[in-house]
Design a protein around this ligand. Structure first.
Ligand code: ZN
Length: 267
């Protein structure tokens, strides 16, 4: 199932993205559901709209946190001139950094080196603490796509990564949450980041240093995870700068494509 949040008129609504039976020119529809699928059972309202006629928003606003993982692909660690950490290197992004598909990444005045980082994101579905790796699949609601936008200059200057990765708009998520992928499948997906349609990052999630179950076990060893919390699993090699006017897309096989424009702060 592909769970999206969308606006047609009024407040954002959750919905299930489906392939319409007639396979017409706009074959995808979104079927509205009542309530929040991360909070409890939901029901179809009966309303179905062409996907092309609605505006998707972030499929989840994390209740408490977005946890990022640094240098979880060996080739990315090498391009940063840094070692692969023996344990996951984790950081937090504020939930106010989350935006949805199509929403602008705002280039802050404080940086002159703004980077994209295409990543697979894990959406947590249950309250949990100290989850053993072999039970990690039980706490996953689904998988989505993230861009862990980073001010590379501030990351180096600050030492701590909070500001470099925490500006408003620095965590695009979407376009929806894929709940049908098993954990083994999620660990072997193709990832492609494109900048203005030029491929810049190509990898497979099987190249992660620390696997998805190991990341969930590690993160939940020190903090309680809540439904709607998101773990970003790290970016592969090929990170690079974006400027205002650029358009960045992250595609992950089995999920979809997350595209966001970059705008200057004055825009
Ligand atoms: Zn990252």
């Amino acid at each position: 199932m592909r769970i999206a949040r969308f606006v047609a008129q009024g407040d954002p609504t959750f919905g299930v993205v489906e392939l319409a039976e007639d396979q017409g020119p706009n074959p995808e529809t979104v079927a509205a559901v009542s309530g929040d699928p991360l909070a409890g059972p939901v029901h179809y309202t009966g309303e179905r709209l062409p996907l092309a006629d609605v505006r998707l928003v972030a499929p989840v606003i994390p209740r408490s946190k977005v946890i990022g993982v640094g240098r979880n692909y060996a080739e990315h660690a090498a391009e940063q001139g840094a070692p692969v950490p023996s344990s996951p290197l984790v950081f937090l992004k504020p939930n106010t950094s989350v935006i949805g598909p199509g929403e602008p990444i705002v280039y802050p005045a404080e940086t002159s080196n703004l980077h994209y980082e295409g990543e697979l994101a894990v959406v947590i579905g249950r309250i949990c603490r100290r989850v053993p790796p072999e039970r990690a699949a039980e706490v996953v609601f689904g998988y989505t796509i993230a861009n862990d936008v980073t001010c590379r200059d501030l990351q180096a200057a600050d030492g701590q990564w909070t500001r470099a990765k925490g500006f408003d708009s620095f965590c695009p998520l979407g376009p929806w949450i894929a709940t049908h992928l098993g954990m083994d499948e999620a660990g072997r997906l193709d990832l492609l980041t494109s900048l203005n349609d030029e491929p810049v990052q190509t990898a497979n999630t099987s190249e992660m240093v620390h696997s998805i179950p190991d990341l969930i076990a590690y993160v939940s060893s020190f903090t309680t995870l809540l439904p709607g919390d998101v773990i970003l699993t790290g970016t592969p090699a090929g990170v690079g700068p974006m400027v205002a006017g650029d358009r960045v897309s992250v595609t992950i096989s089995g999920i979809g494509t997350l595209t966001n424009p970059v705008v200057s702060e004055e825009a």
